[in-house]
Ligand binder design. Structure first.
Ligand code: ASP
Length: 325
């Protein structure tokens, strides 16, 4: 099925079977609302505005590992990364390690629109935010976040699961995950992609994952397609996940097959439970794939009356009926 215009969103790939049913349901409802909110933007005509709106909504939700809901570093701080790309012009904006920005994706968009650069990090990025008129607002570290942090930290110190954070991430329920991303195509056939994250719990200060790296956590090119990734950032970076998916689509491979082929590469190189990706190709087809227990995701296209949402493989048919392989 090809669509006049459409958007696909994700709220992170990971061990969803460890989460309660209530939490998963809440996330699904938020994804649905984010899809509707951003689809309104898409109807006005801009894929770039739509992906920014989708990610902004999820950053403000607190239910995802981005913006308000961001996880804590090993030094108990929030450090957020985000990136956005316009497939028409290949212009791109990204920020990393920002601490007191309510919506990192909005700062990334400002980098794209108002600077000569594509990637700003740390205190420099925050200074530029102020110069460009953005208010600094530290992310509140809630007692819930501290509780989860303390639990994860104790287990990590005990060496119960070794010092390898990836291992801890894959088995520990209180490990905050849920990076957010969106890819859209508008009625003018312009494609855009955006991704935002708090990284992952207990990461080292200064660590930057795939999310703000162009071609790794996000990519868009009207002549190829668009993609947003989620999962273990170090691995996604090593395979240039989003550029890889777009290179498949550039060869005429559908969005769905390109997503599957990219996650196949990730699995073969780094094993299962390592990540997921969402895609859109220049024909307006949507795609997704993941090698984790689940990936929360939602789609809304010009042919649909309401968004479709799914988390687990056994629910994916809900979305697949709107997607052509
Ligand atoms: N990719 C993100 C990072 O490594 C985390 C995630 O998607 O869960 O920072």
């Amino acid at each position: 099925m090809t669509h006049k215009y459409g958007i696909i969103l994700h709220g992170g790939a990971g061990r969803y079977r460890l989460f309660t049913k209530e939490f998963i349901e809440k996330r699904k409802q938020e994804l649905k609302k984010a899809a509707l909110y951003s689809f309104d933007e898409l109807k006005k005509g801009s894929a770039l505005d739509a992906v920014e709106a989708a990610v902004e909504y999820m950053e403000d939700s607190g239910l995802f590992n981005a913006g308000k809901g961001s996880s804590l570093t090993i030094t108990k701080e929030v450090e957020m990364d985000a990136g956005i790309m316009d497939g028409k012009t290949l212009r791109c904006g990204a920020v990393a390690c920002v601490k007191s920005i309510k919506n990192p994706i909005k700062l990334a968009r400002l980098v794209l629109e108002k600077t000569d650069h594509i990637f700003l990090a740390g205190p420099g990025a925050e200074k530029v935010a102020e110069i460009l008129g953005m208010k600094r607002e530290p992310i509140v570290v809630t007692s819930e976040k501290i509780r989860k942090f303390e639990k994860a930290f104790r287990l990590w110190l005990k060496g119960k699961w070794g010092t390898h954070l990836f291992r801890l991430k894959t088995i520990y329920r209180d490990f905050i995950e849920g990076t957010v991303g969106a890819v859209a195509i508008d009625k003018y056939r312009n494609i855009a992609a955006a991704t935002s994250t708090g990284g992952y719990s207990l990461k080292l200060p200064g660590r930057i994952g795939d999310t703000p790296l162009v071609g790794c956590g996000f990519y868009a090119d009207n002549s190829a397609g668009g993609a947003s990734a989620t999962g273990i950032g170090e691995y996604l970076t090593l395979i240039f996940a989003c550029k890889t998916a777009c290179d498949f689509m550039r060869q005429g491979v559908s969005a769905m097959k390109a997503a599957e082929a990219t996650i196949d590469i990730l699995t073969r190189r780094f094993g299962l439970h390592t990540g997921g990706i969402i895609t859109v190709d220049p024909m307006g087809r949507l795609g997704f794939a993941y090698n984790t227990q689940g990936m929360s995701k939602s789609i809304m296209t010009s042919g649909m009356s309401e968004p479709a949402v799914a988390v687990f493989p056994e629910e994916d048919h809900i979305m697949l009926k709107f997607i052509k392989k």
